[in-house]
Design a protein around this ligand. Structure first.
Ligand SMILES: Nc1ncnc2c1ncn2[C@@H]1O[C@H](COP(=O)(O)OP(=O)(O)O)[C@@H](O)[C@H]1O
Ligand SMILES: [Mg+2]
Length: 251
């Protein structure tokens, strides 16, 4: 599920943060997490609410680290509700529409270009040398069972080490009125890794988000790289090992 078809219940924490402003659910992810928009226009804010096991402190740390280098949402707060069962992350709104907003689903060639070019900007701008977060294949393999690790095999040699977004699916790119990337959201997994860890997932998600034909060539061109089948295959299998397949359309 992506844009909610029927309005989910509004948690008390969201009402409290809204402080009388209009609340609208804008997104439901595959794990039941919901993102709400508070108010409208340039002063709008967003609250992401999820199961209390979700570590929004980690996402807030990553957003704050990336903010001097890239257009990312300003963190306004995060926490766990009083009952202790819902975690929340409160951010200021970025302008632009998600690459999977109906406006951009109707113009996939523009959206895909923006996602690819936007990913390139993200990789070029975030400084590897000062990034304290690790999303390397080795680090991720350590979180798998020995059977899972054996199935994946050794990661391919690094092509180019960058700070990866960590969830480079299309919905996490925002696009302005001119069809250009104007920001990124959803930084819970950001960390240093081979750029193919992001590129493999960014192209994988195009199939779910813009069905009907392959847009992978357009994304690679917009990013400025030739496809690397071995690394794409490895990093897609690594992604799937964390059971992301079923909800790739709603990330
Ligand atoms: N601060 C923000 N400014 C603008 N849009 C946002 C903001 N936060 C979230 N969104 C919108 O809500 C959607 C869901 O947020 P996201 O952080 O990606 O949640 P999830 O982890 O559930 O995918 C995004 O794709 C984007 O369209
Ligand atoms: Mg997302």
């Amino acid at each position: 599920m992506t844009y909610p078809s029927s309005p989910p219940p509004v948690p008390t924490i969201v009402h409290r943060l809204a402080d009388g402003r209009r609340v609208r659910a804008v997104w439901v992810n595959g794990d039941g997490g919901v993102t709400f928009r508070l108010g409208s226009g340039i002063s709008a804010e967003f609250v992401k609410v999820a199961d209390a096991t979700v570590d929004f402190a980690a996402e807030a740390r990553r957003l704050r680290w990336a903010a001097p280098h890239l257009t990312v949402p300003p963190v306004l707060g995060f926490g766990v509700d009083e009952a202790g069962d819902r975690a929340w992350l409160h951010t200021g709104a970025l302008p632009g529409l998600s690459a999977v907003h109906p406006r951009w689903l109707a113009a996939p060639e523009v959206a895909v270009r923006a996602v690819g070019a936007g990913l390139r900007v993200l990789h070029d701008r975030l400084p590897v040398w000062s990034c304290p977060f690790d999303w390397s294949a080795t680090n991720r393999l350590d979180r798998l069972s020995s059977k899972g690790r054996a199935q994946l095999g050794e990661p391919p040699p690094i092509d180019r080490l960058v700070v990866c977004h960590g969830d480079a699916c299309s919905p996490n790119t925002l696009i302005d009125d001119d069809g250009r990337c104007c920001g990124h959201v959803d930084f819970g997994e950001l960390g240093v890794a081979d750029r193919w860890a992001d590129l493999a997932v960014a192209t994988l998600s195009l199939g779910w988000n813009y069905p009907g034909r392959s847009w992978e060539a357009e994304l690679f061109t917009a990013y400025g790289v030739r496809p690397d089948p071995v690394r794409i295959d490895y990093y897609r299998r690594l992604w799937r090992a964390f059971d992301h397949t079923s909800d790739a359309a709603s990330r």
